[in-house]
Design a protein around this ligand. Sequence first.
Ligand SMILES: [Zn+2]
Length: 497
Amino acid sequence: MARIAVAGFQHETNTFAPLKATLADFEQADAWPGLTEGAALFEAVKGINLPAAGFIEEAASLKHDLVPLLWCSAQPSAHVTRDAFETIAQRLIGRLARERSLEAVYLDLHGAMVAEHIDDADGDVLARVRAAIGPDVLLIASLDFHANVSSRMVQHADALVSFRSYPHVDMADTGARTAALLHDLLKTPARAKWHEALPFLMPLTSQCTLIEPLRSLMSTARNLERDPVVSLCLTPGFPAADVPECGPAVFGFAREADALERAARELAGAVLEREPEFGLELIDVEGATRLARDADIPRGRPIILADTQDNPGAGGNADTTSLLKALLAARVAGVLAGVIWDAACAERAHAAGQGATLELSLGAHAGFPGETPLVARFTVERVGDGRFIGTGPFYHGGRFELGPMALLRTGTVRIVVASRKQQAADGAMFRHVGAEPADARVLVLKSSVHFRADFGDLASRIVIVQAPGPNLADPARLPFRKLPPGKRLTPRRPSAQ
Ligand SMILES: [Zn+2]
């Protein structure tokens, strides 16, 4: 039995997005708990598809003694403010410094956090924890699939373990794998490390592990992770981050350096061989509207339009309206859209009450250039308090707190509105206000890939739409300044035969 400190500090930073993450954003609950310190942490994450939850359950079943420090996350956005980062990091280190006779520390990190004053914020957290515990206490962390893994992160950790799926249906499982690995490392450490940055950026929508090429590349990664290699990871990275170590990486930990190098090189080589397959397939607003209007769509099998560039799970604000306006103007039948972040409209809908009709100016409040609100008369079909439980594989068990919500109808379009922004990746977000996704003809989702976990089986067709928004689908359009020379902003095309 070992004494293991447990902490989590998660943020995915889109350095090109308009709004920063403040301390209040970390304190507030969304689908996941707000900032929680001490013993309350165990209850806060229990039963949720989160790495910390899986780690705690597995480590407890292995009879380890767990010391809860703190856990927090905020919605993806622009930089974490200096104040938020320093406040949380200092509380974490302060709690850690009070603990004696620890044998290990587990961190539930995202891996793509950028603070106003620190490009590699996760590397900084790991370095500060390492400085606090010294070289002999084990330090292990789980990471998101979208981690931009830096050499500094690898340097300060005894092991890192990343998700293997996107949609991330294995978050809790990754925590459990991390606990099992730590249990093993407490008996026999693994000193060899490897970290290799791959030379191109992978567009987010090409990173889905349900489709090729990552479906088979992830199974290659899984097969190569075998004794003496204790952890071998492929992270596609989070491309919307102007930091020197943005992008995909292969990294690992082992009890034998040569075996690790062989496995890591084989994995990196396999990815590079399939680089052209990571190219984008996008459709513009006009094309998507035409398709949605004219397609012969079977009942119960909606076509899904993924509004990826306004995905709040990647720094968007779930409030752009261009696609909705186009669908309305073309009188596309049976549209259900969500989830739009607009607290003022949700409040007015609640005040008016179910069945009321009122004029609203919906969305476009975050100030994305060129976007204007959708001004129309809406009928309030249903209202909800925004408290419900996630039922899909991604947000499974998440105790949502999205504030007042409403289902609004105008013309042929029904829109789910919430007071807090959250990626549309769970059917419960619609059913909470009485909208059944399967009944729609056209489902418009503010999501890039995570929606596939709960809506993918439903869809007769999925198209990725390039409507205006801050999460640019094509990394080549982002104004990078800090990437190293030679990094390809877009996957290389197949070479001409
Ligand atoms: Zn992710």
